[in-house]
Design a protein around this ligand. Structure first.
Ligand code: F6R
Length: 243
């Protein structure tokens, strides 16, 4: 694991955007695995700015998001599909037909998850997978568990994740209780992984991810076994790491 320390959120975002931009310059038809949440928003903004200047070209890129709430259609304002359009896709020159998010509107969880596994496999898995990390060490919606998950599957969200995500809804009752998420095994198939983290409320999770035992109680800890994983985190998120 490579750990890159940044001064603050802006610095983290620019450095992460630099790595994604380099990936797309070197391989214009890159397959990118993408995440939602607050952490990558600055990275997406920076990439959109470079795209507007003509410095970054997404016209041949395809994307596969990690997860989606079960029960929300693509145009629901709280869906991750909508989030991606609002925060990234609508501001870059990507062909929306090349963007993919699990189908939260399909109530048949087995069919929805099998279909997503198939399209991610058909794409050959991401060249670069961008990840945030939850305060409990989750990646995608892979919550602490007794085993590492494999392919795309339905999850019941933990109370801590529901509470964390309720800030984006009018009330905690509106937060869906289930989601479809890429599994840990699928995430590990990506040829490179880029984790972004900021703020002191991520410090325990970042320490467990980078220095704790590889343990499904901290799903992100499996990334220690990936051969090409970079963590870009600010001072606060790294404050509990023995660096
Ligand atoms: C969302 C996702 C989640 C988030 C994590 C951190 O697609 O993959 O694992 O990355 O919950 O969220 P933020 O960035 O909001 O702290």
């Amino acid at each position: 694991m490579r750990i890159v320390r940044t001064t603050d959120y802006k610095d983290m975002s620019r450095k992460a955007a630099n790595i994604i931009s380099a990936q797309v310059i070197l391989k214009p038809d890159s397959v990118l695995g993408l995440a939602t949440g607050s952490t990558p928003i600055g990275t997406y903004r920076q990439l959109a700015e470079w795209c507007a200047k003509g410095d970054c070209d997404f016209s041949h890129v395809s994307t596969y998001n990690l997860d989606e709430y079960r029960g929300l259609s693509h145009d629901h304002v709280q869906s991750y599909h909508y989030f991606m359009r609002k925060n990234f896709f609508d501001h870059i020159n990507i062909d929306l037909a090349n963007t993919h998010v699990p189908d939260g509107a399909n109530p048949d969880s087995d069919a929805a998850c099998a279909e997503y596994d198939r399209i991610v496999a058909d794409a050959g898995y991401p060249d670069l997978q961008l990840l945030g990390i939850g305060r409990n060490g989750h990646i995608g919606f892979n919550e602490p568990d007794s085993v590492f998950s494999k392919g795309t599957h339905m999850v019941n969200l933990t109370q801590s994740t529901i509470d964390a995500n309720s800030r984006l809804f009018d009330s905690p009752d509106e937060v869906p209780r289930q989601a479809y998420t890429m599994g840990v095994q699928t995430i590990m198939y990506a040829r490179s992984i880029l984790v972004v983290a900021n703020g002191k409320d991520k410090a325990d999770a970042v320490r467990a991810m980078c220095f704790g035992p590889v343990d499904p109680q901290c799903p992100a800890s499996i990334l220690q076994l990936h051969t090409n994983c970079t963590v870009i985190a600010d001072e606060a998120a790294l404050s509990k790491c023995p660096l």
